[in-house]
Design a protein around this ligand. Structure first.
Ligand code: ZN
Length: 231
């Protein structure tokens, strides 16, 4: 699916199907009616208003992943840059999503003046290996930060949701016999863990309300999510 097609799909989901469609309309109406048709891609979407995903799909972050995300958060807050990253994991028999590995350009996080790849280019390169190998039983999370730059900072953008749907159009995610799942995570300066998921059956985006850090001694700590979204 092309970008335009994904965008139309997202607008249908948010403005016609989602139970909070009136809220979403109010939030994006200026972008929707803008003279510049590209403005819609930067329209803000507050994930707090998505319906929750099935409670069995809580997310668990292994300590190495959590620590890396903290480093990425600090970089974002201090140097105000969009940092792309990707999480790798699997689904347990009970339905929990465990992320146990992360890729980010960690060398660049050591330099204040680093320039990061554009999100789309970064993800496309890293996703190729999965797409070509027809992987099965994996969970991938498309990640990036939003520096504090005004309206969009605490929200996903329509462009972010387009990126999510782009990968869902690949067979390994769309065809459920592969048993792969794709999530997205946008980290704002609030540091909340606002994971999202797109449910192909209901054609709606979902939020993940339970995100845990798993400590080495199998101790689970509930992390903040959707606490500091922007209305
Ligand atoms: Zn974004």
């Amino acid at each position: 699916m092309g970008r335009e097609e994904n965008k139309n799909h997202i607008l249908k989901s948010l403005l016609e199907i989602d139970p909070n469609k009136d809220y979403f309309y109010n939030k994006i109406k200026y972008h929707l009616h803008s003279k510049n048709s590209d403005d819609i891609y930067s329209a803000p979407v507050n994930p707090l208003y998505f319906q929750p995903i099935d409670i069995k799909h809580s997310i668990v972050l292994e300590e190495n992943v959590y620590d890396a995300l903290e480093t990425i958060d600090q970089y974002n807050i201090k140097h105000k840059k969009e940092v792309p990253f990707i999480l790798y994991g699997y689904e347990t028999k009970g339905g929990a999503i465990v992320f146990d590995d992360i890729y980010c350009n960690f060398d660049k996080l050591k330099e204040a003046s680093a320039t990061f790849e554009k999100l789309d280019d970064f993800l496309y390169l890293r996703m190729q290996v999965f797409l070509e190998d027809n992987m099965t039983n994996k969970v991938i999370c498309l990640g990036h930060t939003h520096p504090f730059t005004g309206k969009i900072s605490y929200n996903y953008s329509i462009a972010d949701l387009c990126c999510h749907l782009f990968y869902l159009s690949y067979n390994i995610f769309y065809d459920q016999s592969y048993n792969n799942k794709v999530f997205s995570l946008m980290k704002s300066i609030s540091r909340d863990y606002n994971f999202i998921y797109y449910d192909l059956n209901t054609e709606t985006f979902r939020k993940v309300t339970k995100v845990y850090l798993k400590k080495k001694k199998k101790e689970y700590i509930l992390l903040d999510s959707y606490k500091n979204c922007d209305n």
